[in-house]
Structures are given as structure tokens and as C-alpha cells.
Design a protein around this ligand. Structure first.
Ligand code: CMC
Length: 429
């Protein structure tokens, strides 16, 4: 057996030998297949990159058929159970678990970069009272590039490191302030005596008390949710970060693109859409009619289905369990009953079974967020904070990958050709 593909072009009768490496062929090798020198070589048409690898990566492994997710080789279940978000962030960025000293230094560095320049605060105060916090987050992450012009030096590892630390550190500050803006409440400065996640909660909820002390069970649950969202290989937003980053722009601009991609309802915005859907369904009695609507194509069951997972999303399983811990503190979210019934019916229905549609990470996360009193607009901000180390790990990998080039897909042109232009003065006469 040779690791190659023999392709016969029936247009010319010519045969080509295309090497296979790591289960893939190089699209550029297909470009050598052409009818004659006047015609372009064979291209691959793949809207949405359904079967196209855009990079080599050692960050995250997913087996969608088996429902496996690993960061740097470690199963998500073990990390969610026994690690912390900052340790996972270290793992994703550095590729290995930290020693005690490395971890302490990492936590120290992140903690002491949580403050942002006062002008960022003024900038954020300029948004309208009803500004969506994801729009504010995207804009303020992009704005950070103007505060750290040194970030353009992307080929210097030390420089990449400091921007990485800054971004992970400042994301909760920007996220919390986006929230406070909509509430008309004063922005709360970071409290560096608190842990990463407890500090985030303090910036969200602190009012007149001297010190905000969040419930440790809530801190743990939110920290776990951040871990579950920390990376997911080449998803829409990681691809946006890589695509924009491939122009060699600074990392703040690249990550701002990732925040924009995450904002959409088919990606991170799905958790917000799930909650709105559950509220619209309202009672268990309305579920059958809703499911019919989905099957007729009038609706989409938000929080179900995934490009990669054709099995239960392992993150959804862990979140379902985290619901119990949170509801112990907050009381059960009444929408949980509707969600569980919806899941039960969908998992037995032929439409969903046939298409291998299972609950994804967003199906239950919104219920927890709502129980924690986050308005739906904040859900995707929480996803973005968790995903930041993943985006940066992907970006760091991209920058060091000698094989990468500026992202520039091909197209199949379907428009007119060689038309004669008549000036408007004649066309409209
Ligand atoms: N409800 C109803 N039908 C669905 C759903 C759904 N949620 N998802 C997929 N389908 C159907 C789809 O209509 C298609 O049917 P047919 O073959 O008859 O045309 C089939 O299943 C295949 O779907 P697809 O749209 O080709 O699959 P995709 O890989 O392009 O889309 C997806 C993946 C996540 C965008 C999609 O499943 C979806 O829209 N889900 C709802 C939104 C959602 O929950 N997004 C969060 C994803 S997980 C978090 C993240 O990583 O961002």
C-alpha cells in the first residue's frame, strides 16, 4: 500500500499521483491537474470548510463521532473536575502543565494586568445605554491595540507573551464593564486579592460593600464553564482569529475578529438563542408543536447539532451536572424542566436521530447563566472570556507556523465577463 491517491482526469485521460500525508492531500497538488496551460488547475470547492484542513495544530483534539474533547491531550472531563481556568489557560498557551513556580508566576502576571487604561473606561462610557455587551467587548478589545502599539511586533516571543497575558487578564474587566454600562451602574475596578473568576464576579455585582465575597460554589461553577469554553479547535471564531491574524496584524485586532464571529447565533450566540427559545415555548405542552415546526423547517432547535460532534457534546454532559451545583445555591431554573423534556423528545425523534443531532455546549449553559442572574445578552460575553486563551493559543501557533500564509480562499466566479461600460449620462438619457 502506498500513501498516495491515483487520480485519472477523464477530460484528458491523464493520471496523477497525489501524495497522502496525515490523512490529507494537499489542495495545491490538485492544482497541477489541468486540461491545458490556458485553464486553471483543479480547485476544491468547500463552502464552510466542511472537509478542508487549514492548519496543523497541537492545541485541541476532538473526535466528534465518539464525543471526545482534549486540550493538549488532556480529557476535558478531568480538567473540568480537577483543574482551574488559569491552569487550563496556561496549558493551552504553553502546551504543557505548569510547575508550581510557573503557575504562581502566571497567576501573578494575569492578576496584575487586570486594570485597563482610564481612557478605555471613557471609551466604554460612550456607548448607548442599550448597547449589546458583545458589541462593546469587540470594540474595546480592538481598541486595546491602540493602547499597546508594541503589539505589532508579533515575531518576538516575549512580546507575544505579554500581549497574551494582558488580553486574558483584561477580558473580564471589559466584559464586566460592558454589563455595568447597560445597568447604568458605576464600573467596578478589579480586586486583585480575589481569584480570576471571583474578581470577575466582583466587577459585575459589587455595589456599596467594602469587599465583594462571591459564593465559592458559584465561583467554581463559573470557573468550570470557562474551562469548558476555553478552546474548540478550528471553529468559526478560531478560524476568524487565524484568518485575520494571517495578515500579521496585532493580536488585539485578530481577537476582536474572533469576538465578532462568536457573537453570531450559529456560534457563541446560540446560548442566548436557546434561552429565548425556551421562554417562547413556555410550557411542556407546547413542545410537540415546536418540534413539528423544527421538522418542517420553520424553526431550528437552538443548542442542538454541531459541525463536528455527531454524538453527545462532552461539554453539555459536564454542564448538565454543573446545573445541579448552581441550582443548589440559586434555586432551580423553571426552564430546566422544559429543556429536559425537549431533549428527551428530540433524542427519540427520527428527525434528530437520523441527522445525529445532540445537545451541544449551549443547550444547558444559558440556564445556569440565567440562574446566576445574567441577562441573555451577557451569555456570549461569558463564552468569550472563556475562549480567549484558546484564541491566543491558536494565534501563537499560527504565528510560529512556517507553513502558514495569508488566508486567501479561491472562488468559483459566476458573474458576467468583458461587459462594455456605458457612462450613466448615456444609460439614463
Ligand atoms: N435544528 C434543526 N435541524 C438542524 C439543526 C438544529 N439545531 N442543526 C442541524 N439541523 C439539520 C439541518 O437542517 C440539516 O438537515 P437537512 O440535511 O435535512 O438539510 C442537517 O441537520 C445538517 O445540518 P447542517 O446545517 O448542514 O450542519 P452544520 O454542520 O452546517 O451546522 C450548526 C452546525 C451548529 C450550525 C447547526 O447544527 C445549528 O444551526 N445548530 C443550532 C445553533 C447552535 O446550537 N449553535 C451552537 C453550536 S455549539 C457552540 C459553538 O461551537 O459555537
Amino acid at each position: 500500500m502506498t500513501d498516495s491517491l491515483t487520480v485519472r482526469d477523464n477530460r484528458t485521460g491523464q493520471e496523477y499521483e497525489v501524495p497522502i500525508a496525515d490523512g490529507a492531500i494537499r489542495a495545491a497538488d490538485l492544482g497541477k491537474i489541468r486540461v491545458d496551460d490556458d485553464n486553471p488547475g483543479l480547485a476544491v470547492y468547500d463552502p464552510g470548510f466542511v472537509n478542508t484542513a487549514s492548519c496543523r495544530s497541537s492545541v485541541t483534539y476532538i473526535d466528534g463521532e465518539k464525543g471526545i474533547l482534549e486540550y493538549r491531550g488532556y480529557p476535558i472531563e478531568q480538567l473540568a473536575e480537577s483543574s482551574s481556568f488559569l491552569e487550563v489557560a496556561y496549558l493551552l498557551i504553553h502546551g504543557a502543565l505548569p510547575s508550581k513556580t510557573e503557575y504562581e508566576q502566571w497567576v501573578h502576571d494575569i492578576t496584575y494586568h487586570t486594570f485597563v487604561h482610564e481612557n478605555i473606561k471613557s471609551f466604554m462610557e460612550g456607548f448607548r445605554y442599550d448597547a449589546h455587551p458583545m458589541g462593546m467587548l469587540m470594540a474595546s478589545v480592538g481598541a486595546l491595540s491602540t493602547f499597546y502599539p508594541d503589539a505589532v511586533d508579533i515575531h518576538d516571543p516575549a512580546n507575544r507573551h505579554i500581549q497574551t497575558v494582558r488580553m486574558i487578564a483584561k477580558m473580564p474587566t471589559l466584559g464586566a464593564w460592558s454589563f455595568r454600562n447597560a445597568q447604568g451602574k458605576p464600573f467596578v475596578y478589579p480586586d486583585n486579592e480575589l481569584s480570576y473568576t471571583a474578581n470577575f464576579l466582583s466587577m459585575l455585582w459589587k455595589m456599596s460593600e467594602i469587599k465583594y465575597q462571591p459564593d465559592e460554589r458559584i465561583v467554581k461553577a463559573l470557573d468550570t464553564l470557562f474551562i469548558l469554553h476555553a478552546d474548540h479547535e478550528q471553529n468559526c471564531s478560531a478560524n476568524a482569529v487565524r484568518s485575520v491574524g494571517s495578515s500579521q496584524v496585532d493580536p488585539y485586532s485578530a481577537v476582536a475578529a474572533g469576538v465578532g464571529a462568536l457573537y453570531g447565533p450559529l456560534h457563541g450566540g446560540a446560548n442566548e438563542a436557546v434561552l429565548r427559545m425556551l421562554k417562547r415555548i413556555g410550557t411542556k405542552d407546547n413542545i410537540p408543536a415546536f418540534i413539528e415546526g423544527v421538522k418542517n423547517g420553520d424553526e431550528r432547535l437552538m443548542g442542538f447539532g454541531h459541525r463536528v460532534y455527531k454524538n453527545y457534546d462532552p461539554r453539555a454532559r459536564i454542564i448538565k451536572k454543573a446545573c445541579d451545583d448552581v441550582f443548589e445555591v440559586t434555586g432551580v431554573n423553571p426552564l430546566l424542566e422544559i429543556a429536559q423534556e425537549l431533549e428527551k423528545i428530540a433524542l427519540e425523534d427520527e428527525y434528530f436521530v437520523q441527522r445525529k443531532l445532540y445537545p451541544n455546549v449551549d443547550f444547558y449553559s444559558g440556564l445556569i447563566y440565567e440562574a446566576l442572574e445574567f441577562p441573555p445578552e451577557m451569555f456570549t460575553v461569558l463564552f468569550a472570556i472563556g475562549r480567549t486563551p484558546g484564541w491566543l493559543a491558536q494565534w501563537n501557533e499560527l504565528v510560529q507556523d512556517k507553513e502558514q500564509k495569508i488566508a486567501r480562499p479561491k472562488q468559483i466566479y459566476t458573474g458576467g465577463r468583458g461587459l462594455d461600460f456605458t457612462p450613466s449620462s448615456q444609460r439614463w438619457a
